[in-house]
Ligand binder design. Structure first.
Ligand code: GTQ
Length: 347
């Protein structure tokens, strides 16, 4: 543009001003930013150390009840997108605390949620009339538009990571929210009913998918995920990028457990140095076991259990472990796959 003669430049600026008055604008001024050569995002690599954020969660627990807060959550805000309540451009994540004796009142919304239990046991989440007790490492789903509430009849504080597709639903302006008429929804089925019906390699004859496009199983317990990783690792070589990595599936379809969010669990051996890997799905990790150092693009972070980290779209990630390491992760991959957008690159 430097070679544009002064008069032509003035004429253009004049045209732009007249265009502007009619709510129009010249594409050629913004084309490259609109159609970049490679993924462009304000999402930055980051790691939240649990030991640094935990004291704020504890203090919030003294200053506001779960009932008053509706959801007492420390939002994990990406440093490149402060104030936007998101951890990647498409996903929200937070750390939710529920203290013994508390309840978080029942509501439902179009946004799908996942919970990954970080600390403590004995709290439950209720989905559509069924409660499930939560233990560290469990992956729990709240399908879109199902009433859900949380409670802690146990004796210890329970903290989990929430992951929601808030920005995806907002992009489509398809958000609905409704409060349940009572704080706690009635229990309609036995604990474990969903797993008994759909999680044992069985399904009731002629059963419709109770949650539509979302898995009919809403608790994937850590004991079972960990066993799968352990047995997989005995019989198969570690993948150079992923170690032993599995995705949580909907048993009725074999596809992702949620329509908008993919969830994964992976095991990395002690002393492993993973090959750099990138994909178009910006990914959030929660460290379950082990530790080490992660390199995300040009940044590097030490990690230990309960830490949360974020890898932006198309930024290479590599893990170096000190101890056998288990990582849970989630991303917006299902939507990208459905639209034919998802790409990955090794090395
Ligand atoms: O537990 O329903 O972190 O509605 C944000 C919004 C949790 C929940 C969040 C929510 C919830």
């Amino acid at each position: 543009m430097a070679s544009v003669p002064h008069t032509a430049s003035n004429a253009r600026q004049d045209l732009y001003r007249r265009m502007d008055k009619q709510n129009t604008a010249p594409l050629w001024e913004v084309l490259h930013a609109l159609i970049p050569d490679e993924p462009a995002t304000r999402c930055k690599p980051y790691l939240w150390k649990y030991k640094d954020v935990r004291p704020h969660i504890t203090e919030a627990g003294k200053l506001i009840t779960a009932k008053e807060a509706i959801r007492r959550v420390l939002v994990l805000e990406n440093p490149g997108m402060r104030g936007e309540s998101c951890i990647t451009q498409s996903l929200y994540a937070g750390l939710q605390l529920i203290l013994p004796g508390e309840i978080a009142p029942s509501h439902r919304h179009s946004q799908s949620a996942l919970r990954f239990i970080v600390e403590g046991s004995g709290a439950y989440t209720a989905v559509d009339g069924e409660r499930t007790t939560m233990y560290p490492g469990d992956f729990i789903i709240t399908p879109s538009w199902t009433f859900h509430d949380h409670g802690n009849p146990g004796s210890e504080p329970v903290v989990w990571m929430d992951g929601l597709d808030i920005r995806i639903v907002e992009l489509f302006a398809a958000q609905f929210h409704e409060v349940y008429p009572e704080e706690v929804q009635p229990v309609a089925r036995s604990e474990g009913a969903a797993t008994a019906r759909f999680g044992n390699g069985l399904a009731p004859l002629g059963a419709a998918a109770p949650f539509g496009k979302t898995s009919p199983i809403f608790n994937y317990p850590y004991a079972r995920s960990r066993e799968s990783l352990d047995l997989l690792s005995r019989d198969q070589e570690a993948d150079p990028c992923h170690g032993w990595k599995m995705q949580f599936v909907n048993p009725l379809t074999g596809g992702h457990a949620m329509p908008t969010i993919a969830a994964f669990i992976q095991l990395l051996p002690n002393g492993f140095r993973s090959q750099p890997y990138r994909a178009t799905d910006g990914t959030i990790y929660s460290v379950v076991e082990g530790g080490g150092r992660v390199t995300i693009g040009s940044e590097s972070f030490e990690f230990e259990p309960r830490d949360t980290l974020v890898v932006p779209s198309w930024v290479p990630v590599s893990f170096q472990t000190a101890g056998e390491t288990v990582l849970f992760s989630f991303s917006d991959r299902p939507g990208q796959e459905a639209m034919g957008l998802w790409r990955e690159r090794r090395g």
